[in-house]
Ligand binder design. Structure first.
Ligand code: IMP
Ligand code: MG
Length: 183
């Protein structure tokens, strides 16, 4: 779906499909350089990271493994609860692995700071983060993100994997959701 298909639900177009794919290519070159000769395990955080994972994995000129976790920190609203619960765990053993967490967005940072600690405790060699979006003004905890696509304003955004009440994940771009949609 195009951003223009839901124009009435958005106040602003933040990122076009082209801007996103250019950024994914740019991040991929950095990742290829840093993991040269390695076979990292990409851990996608369901469901938001599905699009980033699909595009990043195909752009990378590296052998990788892919695994998925589902954690809940949100419910159906637009506010972070700070409570992280594992809904689906990894299938992989992390001992000695170079893990790269793939995320759609860092908002408060609560989910990722919890996740990094959790995965490190499983014996991974290294745990780094690649996030397409970050909201610097929303940070409640500091998270070291090695690869970040775009810093964006502190607004609720949808598209390219990001949802509001499970809608809008299939938009090709990212836009700011109009308040009337969640009021
Ligand atoms: P955090 O724990 O506050 O950093 O938020 C983690 C998760 O909340 C992200 O992985 C997203 O799934 C979701 N989230 C945060 N901000 C937004 C947003 O603006 N739109 C849609 N989902 C969001
Ligand atoms: Mg997410």
């Amino acid at each position: 779906m195009e951003l223009s298909d839901v124009a009435a639900d958005l106040t602003e177009v933040l990122l076009t499909e082209k801007q996103i794919s250019d950024k994914i290519a740019e991040l991929s070159r950095l990742i290829e350089r840093d993991y040269e000769g390695e076979r990292p395990l990409l851990v996608g955080v369901l469901k938001g990271a599905v699009m980033v994972m699909a595009d990043l994995a195909r752009e990378l000129k590296l052998h990788i493994d892919m695994d998925w976790m589902a954690v809940s920190s949100y419910g159906a609203g637009t506010q972070s609860s700070g409570v992280v619960r594992i809904l689906k765990d990894l299938d992989s053993d992390l001992h000695g692995r170079k893990v790269l967490i793939v995320e759609d967005i860092i908002d408060s940072g609560l989910t990722l700071s919890w996740l990094v600690k959790n995965l490190r405790a499983r014996g991974a060699d290294s745990v780094e983060i690649c996030a397409l979006l970050r909201k610097p003004e929303a940070a409640k905890v500091q998270v070291d993100v090695k690869y970040v696509g775009f810093d964006i304003p502190n607004a609720f955004v949808v598209g390219y994997g990001l949802d509001y009440a499970e809608k809008y994940r299939n938009l090709r771009g990212v836009g700011i959701l109009a308040p009337h949609v969640y009021a």
